[in-house]
Structures are given as C-alpha cells and as structure tokens.
Design a protein around this ligand. Structure first.
Ligand SMILES: *[C@@H]1O[C@H](CO)[C@@H](O)[C@H](O)[C@H]1NC(C)=O
Length: 461
C-alpha cells in the first residue's frame, strides 16, 4: 500500500471513531489516543484542506475563464428564487440507469445464492468497483472484520435472517428491502446533490447511502463540499459542527454530501445562513435533530426555532425532507432512551421494554403493536419524534418513516471493538449501529418516501 493510501485509511478510521464517540469526554480522549497512535501528529482536517485546496485552486482557474457576468448571475439568482418560491418541487429526470442490476428474487437470497444489494451484495451480473482492493470497497461491501463500524459476520447473518423471517410472516417491507436495487432509487436522485445534515447518525446514513451506489462512484474518494474554501471554513467555525464535511461524487453529476451539526442551534446559527451559498436549485436536503437532546423541552425550543427559520427562509433553501430520530436500546429505561449518563463498557443493550416482543412490528401493516401502556410513547417514535414530527408536519415538510421497522433491531449496536462485539457486548453505546443495520434500512425508507411523494403527485409535493 502506498503512503497516501495508508494515510487515507487511517483518516477514515479516525473520523469514524471521533464521530461515534459523540459527547463522552473520556471516550473522546480514548479516540484521540487512537488517532495519535495510527497517525502521529497528523490532523485529518488539515490534511484534507490542503489536498482540497490544491484541487480547488485548479478548478477556480478553469472557472475564471468561463465566469458569467454579474448581470447573468443576478438573473440566474432571481430565477432560482422564483423556482424556490414553490417549495417541494421534485423532478424525476428520465433516462436509463447507467448500470444493470438484476433484481434478486427472494428465493435466490433465501437459498444463499445472492446477497441483497442493500446488505452490500455485488452488482449482478457483473461489477467493477466491487473488485477494487480499496478500503472504501471493503467498507461498502461490509467485509466482516473490516474497518469499524462494520458488523461482525454473526450480526450480519442475524440481520438477514431476521428479514427473511419477516418475509415469511408476510412483511412487504422486508421483501422490498431485500429486493431493492440501486437502479430503483437512482431516478430520484440522479443529477442532484443530496445534503444530509445532522449528527453522527446522519454521517452514518450518508455512508450507507453512498455505499449503496458503490458502482456509481468512480473515484471512491471524499470530495470537498464546495470550491469555496472560505465558505467551508465559515461552516467549521463552531468546532462542534465538525468533523470535516465531504461529498461522494457519483456519476451524472450526482452527489451525496454530509456535514455535521449536532444541535438545532448550530444548524440555525451557523449552517442554515450559509446553506444557500452551497446549494443549487433542485438539490435535496435531509435533516434531523434529536439524538443529542435528552429532554423534550430543550428539543421543542430548538425545533420551534428551526421551524420559524424554515418558514422565513424556505424560498432560498433546498427542497427538504425530515428524517425521524433513531431508536436507542439503552437497558436502563423501558423506552430504550439514553438518559444522559454513560454506561460502563461491556454493558449489553436490550430490546425496548426489557424483553423481546414487548413491542413488535405488525408484518402486514408496519404498525407498532404493544399491550404495555408504558410503551405507547414508543409507538409515537419516543419523545424526540413526538416533538419533531409534529412541527415538521405543521411546516409541510415530508417526514421519512424510518422509526417503526428499526424498533426491534436491538442487536446491532456493535462497533469499534470487534472483540467485544464478538462476545455480544455493545461498548456501552446503544445509539449507534454497525453496518449493515438501520442506516441501510433508511436507504430503503428514503426510496419509499420518494415513491409515496410520487404517488401523491410528485411535481408539487
Ligand atoms: C408506526 O406505528 C404506529 C403505531 O402503531 C402507527 O400509528 C404508524 O402509522 C406506523 N407508521 C408507519 C409508517 O407504518
């Protein structure tokens, strides 16, 4: 492996590690220790800035030659503003999928002849990027014992078996998930930039979505989110808005981009005022705030502020979708929520309600079913979604339905420390998942949302 190759491998691991540990300062110190160990004295963001800048300088020289006049630019801005005055316009460009993906029949999957694409299966009949011996490829194919946070193979088997059993019980959701091809989703995102803005969970969501398009991603590199370095620097002014934002640049001008903002106030104060400078008409924006909040009142305050900001500025913001907050499986609360204190390592996560089947998903309807009154709040998506769904719906923002199906998936909070994972432990973190897990389910949930919006008359959703 080349020196550069090794460095990007380390960077990848360090970023994930820092991201996943969230706000635990002990864990952060531990993560920093790991960083120092793999790459003494390096600063990932700096390295990437430097690389990015060189590339961007080249680009700006090229751009300067074809620059538009100020009049042309303001005319264009006016057109964008007019377009944006009608929120929720989504065009579905026609054209063929640039790749062929044979649809996998459920029986093929059941007999172990093919791995579903959503679980990292290779393009059928023939793939190209899948054969590249690069970390990104290994990650995106979810090679067990690869870089964290990949699920150990035992968890991957469990996950597939779970959905195969759901299919046998009549779950349309499970069948659709296992049969999804990248070409099903491609028409909805082709040519657009999809912005996934939020916390570390959103970062993992972006990884899952990008990986699903492994064969559509020529460079397999992290590209800068903008050619404007000052803009990137301004976004990173609040250190908690970090780590480094990046895009997966796919074919046909499609990009899947992420940047962090853990709290609603960071979003409102730092990110959103700069967003119009980063985005183009037709971009899509997937947003969530939630997991960093541990009480409904502070979440409600920030979500209301967000709603107000959105109402005042939606004409200059991209088309927005809301993603529901993710489920947690902490053992000390019946609803699984993190209570604001960290568990010691080796503490096992638990099903919601403390035991299997306290709350289940009806395979036919997808509804959550329980006879325990203390779990009624779980049916509403727990306190976070109860707060944010109501406000998003009030604002007319479509909400991705990514909660119900993930409620029973409590076994996949394994990451980073494979040796603990093998012994069935969670590393005290019952929030994050390994891949493939709930993040991959959300790729399918996004597809379902697009289908729903299309059925509702997509040209004006
Ligand atoms: C999720 O479950 C709740 C409670 O049963 C139900 O009201 C809701 O419609 C379900 N959502 C979806 C998308 O099925």
């Amino acid at each position: 492996m080349t020196r550069r190759g090794r460095r990007s491998l380390c960077s990848w691991a360090v970023l994930l590690t820092l991201c996943q540990y969230g706000s635990s300062s002990a864990a952060l110190r531990q993560a920093e220790g790991t960083a120092a160990q793999v790459q003494p004295g390096s600063n990932l963001a700096f390295t990437q800035h430097q690389q990015g800048r060189t590339l961007l300088q080249e680009l700006s020289v090229l751009e300067a030659e074809v620059d538009e006049s100020p009049e042309q630019q303001s005319e264009q801005k006016l057109q964008w503003a007019q377009q944006r005055n009608a929120p929720y316009q989504l065009s579905i460009p026609g054209g063929q999928c640039p790749h062929t993906f044979h649809r996998l029949e459920f029986d093929q999957v059941k007999q172990g002849h093919a791995k579903p694409y959503i679980l990292g299966g290779d393009q059928q009949p023939e793939c190209t990027n899948c054969k590249r011996d690069e970390e990104r490829t290994h990650f995106c194919r979810f090679a067990p014992y690869g870089l964290p946070p990949i699920c150990p193979s035992r968890d991957q088997d469990w996950f597939l078996n779970y959905f195969m059993e759901e299919v046998d019980k009549g779950s349309v959701y499970a069948k659709g998930l296992l049969e999804l091809t990248p070409c099903d989703l491609w028409p909805y995102i082709r040519g657009k930039t999809i912005w996934l803005i939020g916390d570390s969970i959103m970062q993992e969501h972006q990884q899952a979505l990008s990986c699903f398009f492994l064969e559509f991603w020529p460079s397999l590199e992290r590209a800068p989110i903008s050619e404007d370095q000052a803009l990137i620097d301004a976004l990173l002014l609040d250190p908690e808005v970090g780590p480094f934002p990046w895009c997966a640049e796919l074919v046909e001008g499609t990009r899947i981009c992420h940047f962090r903002s853990n709290w609603g106030w960071q979003l409102i104060d730092t990110v959103l005022p700069l967003l119009p400078q980063l985005t183009q008409p037709g971009d899509l924006w997937i947003q969530n705030i939630g997991v960093w909040y541990n009480d409904p009142d502070s979440l409600r305050v920030d979500m209301n502020r967000f709603g107000q900001y959105y109402a005042d500025h939606k004409h200059e913001l991209p088309t927005m979708l809301w993603r529901q907050s993710s489920v947690q499986h902490f053992p000390l609360s019946p609803t699984g929520d993190f209570g604001g204190f960290w568990l010691p390592p080796h503490f096992p996560c638990k099903p919601i309600g403390g035991e299997m089947d306290s709350i289940t998903v009806d395979p036919g309807t997808g509804h959550l079913v329980t006879d325990r009154p203390d779990l009624n709040i779980v049916q509403k998506g727990n306190f976070r979604n109860a707060v944010t769904n109501a406000i998003a719906e009030q604002m007319g923002i479509p909400v991705m339905q990514n909660w119900n199906q993930t409620v029973p998936i409590w076994q996949l909070h394994h990451h980073y420390h494979a040796r603990w994972a093998h012994a069935g432990y969670s590393n005290g973190d019952c929030t994050h998942h390994c891949h493939p897990g709930m993040y991959e389910m959300w790729t399918y949930d996004l597809f379902l949302l697009f289908k729903q919006l299309e059925a509702d008359g997509i040209s004006s959703w």
